[in-house]
Design a protein around this ligand. Structure first.
Ligand code: SF4
Length: 354
């Protein structure tokens, strides 16, 4: 890449970013802790989803010390609904490492950041460049697409080298954010808005001399359709929740009992299997609706069955990971998003039955 081109591209990108960047709360701070939280939340999650969580999280845990002191269940509760809960667990683990090894501050070097749970190349580069103005690239999926089209390249190594060459030594934080912002608002995955792009004159793909505008794609994740029946077992005003194991999918979250249906099994057979722990239920379940949800590669259809217990039905709770909870108190638990959606279905069923 000729260096004169790089100088021009940098200048155009920074000028465009200055005038067009979205006003986002994490762009109003240089606090490395806040930037770390925002970058973690933004992994595989849209900006509009992250916005309310960012504010609430920082209010609940304004410093590394407070995050370290908080019980994991409290952290998961505040994170509840944002998905990919492993991120919250890693923040907690990292906070304790930061207290132990770094005096409760964010380290300013790449190796120490990369050694923290949940911090990969991208997050380390984002923290170092945005909070500490160090010239490290931060290549997320948006940046990968922009650089891939701009220089017509696809390999991860090539893209990282291009990002390293392009990074501005004097303003690396804005440069990284400018590339990502361009990807999020102009160099869109399906239809790039090249007429509005400040880099059109330099872009190999836009010039038409090279390949199509397809993004420099990594392997696309294959989505699987899954049926996941859920049971709302109700006794009086309360419904039964169970806490998931501390490892694996949705670790530690409170949820309605139920789960993924294996291929040929019947929906109610699957549900009864998930209820085995609490013993047989004589009550006939009533289908009250269904929800749609996505978790990682699963596109879930979750039919909801209401088991309304009468005075004579008894359930012995098998362990402390089962609990009776009033639906109105669900917000005090780190409850899975599917459970919160199902509670809304129950509320509208109740309303329509009145
Ligand atoms: S000119 Fe078009 S394809 Fe090239 S970087 Fe800009 S928006 Fe993307």
């Amino acid at each position: 890449m000729p260096s004169t081109n790089l100088v021009l591209i940098r200048r155009r990108l920074l000028g465009w970013y200055e005038n067009n960047r979205r006003d986002l709360p994490w762009r109003r701070t240089s606090d490395p802790y806040a930037i770390w939280i925002s970058e973690t939340m933004l992994q595989q999650t849209q900006v509009k989803t992250v916005l309310p969580y960012y504010q609430t999280f920082l209010k609940a845990f304004p410093t590394i010390t407070e995050l370290d002191r908080a019980p994991l269940q409290h952290v998961l509760r505040v994170w509840s609904g944002l998905g990919y809960y492993r991120r919250a667990e890693n923040l907690k683990k990292s906070a304790s490492e930061l207290m132990r090894r770094h005096g409760g501050t964010m380290p300013r070097d790449y190796e120490s950041l990369r050694a923290l749970p949940g911090i990969g190349d991208y997050t380390a580069g984002a923290i170092l460049s945005i909070a500490f103005q160090k010239a490290y690239p931060a290549v997320d999926s948006n940046a990968r697409r922009v650089l891939g089209r701009l220089f017509n390249m696809a390999g991860a190594k090539q893209l990282r080298t291009a990002a390293e060459e392009l990074i501005s030594k004097s303003n690396p934080g804005d440069m990284n954010q400018a590339i990502m912002e361009l990807g999020a608002t102009i160099c869109l995955p399906a239809e790039p808005l090249c007429l509005l792009c400040p880099l059109a004159a330099h872009c190999r793909v836009h010039s038409g001399s090279e390949a199509s505008k397809k993004p420099a794609s990594r392997k696309t994740l294959k989505l699987t359709n899954v049926t996941w029946p859920l049971a709302i077992i109700r006794r009086g005003e309360k419904i039964l929740l169970r806490r998931r194991a501390n490892r694996g999918l949705l670790a530690g979250m409170w949820e309605l009992p139920g789960g993924e249906k294996p291929g040929n099994d019947g929906t109610l057979i699957t549900l009864r299997r998930h209820l085995q722990e609490i013993g047989p239920l004589s009550v006939v379940p009533l289908g009250i609706g269904e929800i749609r949800h996505s978790i990682t590669y699963r596109r879930i259809r979750a039919p909801i069955f209401l088991f309304d217990l009468t005075g004579t039905d008894t359930i012995e709770l098998p362990a402390s990971n089962w609990r009776w909870v009033a639906p109105a108190a669900l917000n005090r638990y780190p409850a899975s998003s599917m459970t919160l959606k199902a509670a809304r279905v129950l509320a509208s069923y109740e309303k329509s039955a009145c």
